[in-house]
Design a protein around this ligand. Structure first.
Ligand code: GBH
Length: 455
């Protein structure tokens, strides 16, 4: 593998609902993910984040583990409903105290905290008030951001407003596979997206005024057509539009792409966009976060086939007919996602075409069928290969001039994998849920420690 620059940041990431547990403790109230996971049929095997990795009660042990792994930086998210119970405006001292201890614990160990304000867990009350399709929620997010910054801004330099707003809007309000799981009116996913971006812009401005370094994390995909047919090219254009350009262009250029507006026209006339919104959304940033997992290979359909899919719940409203195909012989992860490190290189090139901002990979990783062996080790060679391939793509992108400055592995430890519950393991550290939440660093954790030490 080509060497990584000496100042390249290497860390790992987690998210509040996926690891904390303590769902009803110290004043925390339910978020949309508590409600969703407690709704039968929504999460595999009925799993919830009630206990998760019990990180809330194992903070010191986990901080020591992060230190032992040698991570330079740790990316975590804050639970809005822990800090502002019921989505209200009165800060909960016990909730803030947890994040104070987390941040202090990281700094004492010389690990840089990277804070994400929103990793999908909207307070349930704000969903009851209409959720992201309701414009007022953007303002509430901005107040929440300021509350967290008042408490932690003296010690946390790196702030990310949102993690993957695509999931919050299109998986939450169109496909319905993520909280709040609404499929009753898929047209709501489009204003949801806009208000998420508006919230980002409003908060980014407030945070920057207070001296924070601010970014947003987008989940981007490499997209390619299955064949060179016109229908497949159109499918690839549409999916690239929804996954990548509909986020990159408003955030970095202050506009929605015309072709996306056309694709979404049967659903939405974008009349929720008010004068000045796009200037707010194009807030000056300090970095862009990219989560990369895989490539989408897509194919189109003929007109009749298209009509028959129209209106089905889908994460791509207006493009329901697009088929996602697997290329033969390409290895997949336990999520059935194709492993494609070259796609990361392409995504980085695409982003660098829009901006010269520093880029960080804020998530990259894979689930495999990890087994705790009798000798107490987990030999996840596939995950090592995955990381090695993708870090190699990072090194090549840097050589080609992409301003990539760091990489966070997803994830520090196995955790609640959303709609898949605990059935999918993404961690570098194995969590033995059956045996008192024991943490066992996998072979990939040892490998990653070596990479950090030796580049
Ligand atoms: C990231 O999402 C998340 O930020 C992180 O929290 C998560 O644990 C990690 O990836 C691994 O998934 O199968 O129809 O239920 C990446 C984007 C979101 C893409 C969920 C796949 C699956 C929807 N992913 N989506 S479904």
């Amino acid at each position: 593998m080509t060497a990584l620059p000496a100042d390249f940041v290497l860390g790992a990431a987690t998210a509040a609902y996926q690891i904390e547990g303590a769902a009803a403790e110290d004043g925390r109230t339910p978020s949309i993910w508590d409600t969703f996971s407690r709704t039968p049929g929504k999460v595999l095997e009925g799993h919830t984040g009630d206990v998760a990795c019990d990180h809330y009660h194992r903070l010191d042990e986990d901080l020591d583990m992060i230190k032992d792994l040698g991570l330079q930086a740790y990316r975590f998210s804050v639970s809005w409903s822990r800090v502002l119970p019921n989505g209200g405006s009165r800060p909960n001292p016990q909730g803030l105290d947890f994040y104070n201890r987390l941040v202090d614990g990281l700094l004492e160990r010389d690990i840089e905290p990277w804070l994400t304000l929103y990793h999908w867990d909207l307070p349930q009350e704000l969903e009851d008030a209409g959720g992201w399709p309701n414009r007022d929620v953007a303002q509430r997010f901005c107040q929440y951001a300021v509350t967290v910054h008042d408490a932690l801004g003296d010690r946390v330099k790196r702030w990310t407003t949102f993690n993957e707003p695509w999931c919050s809007s299109y998986l939450g309000y169109a496909a319905g596979v993520h909280a709040p799981g609404r499929t009753d009116d898929t047209s709501l996913s489009v204003p949801a997206q806009h208000h998420l971006l508006l919230a980002h812009g409003l908060a980014a401005r407030e945070l920057k005024t207070r001296g924070a370094e601010v970014g947003i994390t987008l989940n981007l995909y490499a997209v390619s057509p299955e064949t060179d047919s016109a229908a497949d090219a159109d499918a690839a254009r549409r999916i690239d539009a929804m996954c990548n350009r509909i986020w990159l262009e408003p955030v970095l250029l202050g506009r929605y792409p015309d072709d996306v507006k056309q694709d979404l026209a049967p659903l939405s006339d974008f009349s929720f966009v008010r004068d000045g919104d796009l200037d707010v959304i194009k807030a000056p940033l300090d970095f862009l976060g990219v989560n990369y997992y895989s490539r989408h290979v897509v194919s189109g359909s003929d007109a009749a086939e298209r009509e028959s899919h129209h209106g089905e719940p889908s994460a791509y409203p207006g493009s329901e007919f697009v088929q996602f195909v697997h290329r033969e012989g390409v290895p997949v992860t336990a999520m059935d996602w194709e492993i494609d490190a070259q796609g990361l290189y392409e995504v980085l090139q695409q982003v660098a075409g829009y901006t010269s901002l520093p880029i960080y990979i804020t998530e990259n990783g894979a689930a495999f069928e990890d087994k705790l062996d009798a000798d107490g080790t987990v030999n996840d060679q596939e995950r090592i290969d995955y990381f090695e391939g993708h870090l190699g793509a990072c090194a090549r992108a840097i050589e080609a001039g992409v301003p990539l400055r760091g990489y966070f592995a997803w994830s520090l430890m196995d955790n609640f994998e959303w709609a898949w519950g605990y059935t999918r393991r993404f961690g570098m550290v194995y969590v033995d849920y059956e045996d008192a939440q024991r943490r066992v660093p996998k072979a990939s954790a040892h490998w990653y420690s070596d990479v950090i030490r030796n580049r």
